[in-house]
Design a protein around this ligand. Structure first.
Ligand code: ZN
Length: 50
């Protein structure tokens, strides 16, 4: 059960718990899982593999 924040045009779905988070968050506000970064928005654009 989760709610979508008002005003957020785009919501990113958490791959872990399935909760919707604003694209500004890098980690899920609910479970704290690492959120998939949207390509073309952040600087660099190249994701560093672990
Ligand atoms: Zn989550």
């Amino acid at each position: 059960m989760c709610f979508r924040p008002p005003g957020a045009a785009k919501a990113v779905k958490c791959p872990s718990c399935g909760c919707f988070n604003p694209p500004t968050l890098k980690k899920c506000k609910k479970c704290g899982a690492d959120m998939p970064a949207e390509n073309g928005s952040t600087t660099g654009g190249k994701e560093t593999a672990k």
